[in-house]
Design a protein around this ligand. Structure first.
Ligand code: PHE
Length: 338
């Protein structure tokens, strides 16, 4: 057997192998368990004892040369394949990215969030009551018994005699005071329902209720917080004014106006020439309401306020019709992107 010829043939085949895999097959053909070199070793059995050592050495030399030769081809094949892989997986970082269209928060969600941020900064905690309420929480406990004329102030959707869709988040005042003893600083956002429908009223809208109960709370505390709210929500120069009003659950009760941010208080079409815009109802918590919740009105006083979130958003963003909030017209909604 001509070893040189065998080596030459192996080298030729290795050089022609196009991949690591093909190269491995060639290698196995020579150095594998049933390969050509192994066959040579087996052939030693037929030799005379004295011929064996020299022959064995030649085979070992041949094997070593073959191994080195294959190793070097393997190295080149690996490098070639790595280069190919890197090239095919290359990323062009200068290519413009594919844009994902991003949504925006609904103006009501956004306004609600802004209100929570303002009052959370003053130490208020958020409490959410149920949308289906009992007559007791929505009216009776709020000092509005069944025959009370103030029930006519709100057109109520009744489900049964006992259950109704809440007409005001004020119901949450009772639920919270039943659970928690003063000091209380609560903010209660949520949907409310009234049988009402025109440019500024819709049968479903959102309110933000506020309740503070502690020792020594006065109307001045309410006024101070409302001023802070108006400055943060509308304009640094915004002012508030209180007008006497009536709610069964507050005494005294007030209607709160904010100076018109469109004209700065001079009078314009938005404020109908008055310079003021009504934004919410408020007052000192009625003694009867505190009593109904087991809070001693001689020890504690409090104030409450309730505002329509749609109304605040309409004033802040100059929105003319309340229906725009529920029509889901993207041309409207898109304008609230940051
Ligand atoms: N609940 C009243 C309404 O819906 C608003 C209000 C809340 C007034 C709290 C006074 C105190 O009109």
């Amino acid at each position: 057997m001509d070893f040189e010829q065998l080596y030459g043939e192996a080298e030729g085949r290795a050089a022609a192998a196009e991949s690591s895999r093909a190269l491995y097959e060639v290698k196995t053909d020579y150095l594998g368990r049933t390969g050509k070199v192994t066959a040579l070793l087996k052939g030693m059995r037929d030799l005379l004892a004295e011929e064996r050592p020299a022959f064995g050495k030649r085979i070992n030399d041949l094997r070593a040369r073959l191994e080195a030769m294959f190793a070097s081809f393997e190295e080149t094949a690996r490098e070639r394949e790595l280069a190919k892989k890197l090239q095919s997986e290359a990323i062009d970082v200068t290519m413009p990215a594919r844009r994902h269209a991003k949504g925006a928060l609904h103006p009501i969600t956004r306004t609600r969030q802004e209100l929570i941020d303002i009052f959370a900064g003053m130490g208020f905690e958020v409490f959410e009551g149920p949308e289906i309420e009992t007559d007791y929480y929505n009216f009776t406990a709020l000092n509005t018994p069944a025959d009370h004329p103030a029930r006519d102030m709100q057109d109520t959707f009744y489900i049964t005699d006992e259950f109704l869709l809440r007409t005001q988040t004020s119901a949450g005042q009772i639920r919270l005071m039943e659970q928690k003893k003063p000091p209380i600083k609560m903010l209660s956002p949520g949907r409310v329902f009234r049988s009402d429908d025109d440019a500024t009223h819709s049968p479903m809208f959102h309110q933000m209720e506020g309740l503070v109960v502690d020792k020594g709370i006065t109307l001045c505390d309410l006024k101070g917080m409302l001023d802070e709210f108006a400055r943060t929500m509308f304009a640094e120069t915004a002012k508030t004014r209180l007008r006497p009003s009536y709610f069964p659950f507050t005494e005294p009760s007030v209607e709160v106006d904010v100076s018109c941010s469109a004209c700065g208080g001079k009078g314009c079409s938005l404020c109908k020439g008055t310079g003021w815009i009504e934004v919410l109802g408020a007052g000192m918590v009625n003694r009867r309401v505190l009593e109904n919740c087991g809070v001693d009105p001689d020890e504690y006083t409090g104030f409450a306020f309730g505002m329509g979130i749609e109304r605040i958003a309409m004033l802040k963003y100059g929105i003319g019709h309340i229906r725009l909030f529920t029509e889901n017209d993207v041309r409207f909604l898109r304008q609230f992107k940051d």
